[in-house]
Design a protein around this ligand. Structure first.
Ligand code: FEO
Length: 392
């Protein structure tokens, strides 16, 4: 494999992992993923930015087979999908130094046992001169995705390396992103990885806003070039900063159809009232799809039957995810059917934990809903539509 030339001084080494199905043994990867590394050549020094997941390091080493000397390994993020291959790089290039910030150094020492003497620590805004006018400037961008994450700016070539930020779990042979192909994988990635840190994402976006990047080079998925550097910043601003949309995520599960009657009634009433609804059956829902739906919803409604003394476990898991992912929804509702009693709402509230949203009056029905019950669902739909019509 040969690296793909992005500019005179920057080469892209895309390590695709087409058949990986889960990330962190948790997040579904319907389109696989990739781990991107970049070679940056100065007149005197050569740097590799980020490594690859250890499972695929053979591919990265193959890209580097003609490369006799690497001076610096830039570690933008300590998570092992980018850092795990650093030990293999150090075996091949024992004189190379790992360049990173103090927090990342500490994590690499504890997670990979890289010895302290192999590091060069860099401060926020510090530059590393590779010679010939090529300087790597390090920009701390915490919490995209871990506290130590940083971006790297190569002003001479207009290239911004962003690691997880602006990435997508997308294995592809196409080096450059296409708006039609990458929007959904990027949104999914943002939802799963970045959404819990929305406030910090906003601050990080502001920090890199003025950089005139012709290329944005994430360490997952294709490179953003042409119009895309502007577009990906717009997408992120929309997801992280803009007010939620006139949209309800209706996440439900039904065992014998009674809850489904309530769900279907709410779905059709909301649509009649002009509210966009994304309905997800939790029985077989892809958690990434649920996360993506949550990005811009103003209201979340969970539909669940009572199981034993609480909500259905899959509904509880959905509530747990809402709390973990911290979407910008302002209102939350519950629909449910029960046989003889229990603590349906309380069990969901416990899973939601400190998630802050106004709780709408729940609609709980004994057995199969009657017309009076459906009128309560209609009232809930009207309440939601009214709230969505309020100014943001
Ligand atoms: Fe792609 Fe947070 O690692």
């Amino acid at each position: 494999m040969k690296p793909f030339k992005l500019t005179d001084n920057v080469e892209y080494m895309c390590v695709n992992h087409f058949n990986r199905r889960f990330f962190d043994a948790l997040i579904p990867l319907p389109q696989g993923t990739s781990y991107n590394s970049y070679l940056v050549r100065g007149a005197e020094k050569t740097a590799v930015i980020d490594a690859a997941d250890p499972e695929k390091m053979g591919v990265l080493l193959d890209y580097l087979k003609e490369e006799k000397k690497i001076d610096y390994i830039i570690a933008q993020h300590a998570e092992q999908d980018h850092s795990g291959g650093i030990t293999a790089l150090l075996r091949k290039y024992p004189d190379a130094m790992v360049v990173t910030n103090p927090k990342c150094k500490e994590l690499l020492m504890t997670h990979l046992h890289v010895p302290a003497e192999k590091f060069i620590e860099v401060k926020d805004g510090e530059e590393l001169d590779l010679g010939g006018g090529r300087k790597l400037k390090f920009i701390y961008t915490p919490w995209v995705h871990w506290p130590e994450t940083m971006c790297t700016w190569l002003e001479s070539d207009g290239v911004l390396f962003t690691c997880d930020l602006f990435g997508s779990h997308l294995a592809t042979a196409n080096p450059f992103s296409d708006p039609e192909d990458v929007y959904e994988p990027m949104k999914r990635y943002y939802a799963e990885i970045m959404m819990p840190f929305r406030q910090q994402v906003k601050a990080d976006l502001e920090k890199i806003a003025g950089l005139p990047a012709g290329f944005i080079c994430p360490s997952h998925g294709p490179v953003h070039k042409g119009q895309m550097p502007g577009k990906v910043r717009e997408y992120y601003t929309d997801w992280a900063v803009s007010a939620p949309r006139n949209k309800v995520v209706l996440a439900y599960i039904s065992m014998h159809g009674s809850t489904l009657v309530l769900v279907n009634r709410l779905y059709s009433r909301l649509q009649e009232l002009g509210v966009h609804v994304e309905k997800l059956n939790l029985e077989d829902a892809d958690t990434g799809r649920l996360a993506m739906s949550l990005v811009d919803a103003a209201t979340i409604v969970v539909g669940t039957p009572m199981v034993l003394a609480g909500a259905h476990p899959k509904a509880i898991y959905a509530a747990y995810l809402v709390n973990a992912l911290r979407p910008k929804a302002k209102w939350i509702g519950v629909l449910g059917s029960f046989g003889w009693g229990g603590k349906l709402v309380e069990s969901l509230a416990a899973a939601l934990g400190p998630f802050k949203a106004e709780v709408l009056p729940p609609v709980l029905v004994k057995g199969l809903p009657l017309e009076d019950d459906l009128k309560k669902v209609d009232a809930l739909a009207e309440e939601i539509a009214k709230k969505h019509a309020l100014p943001a």
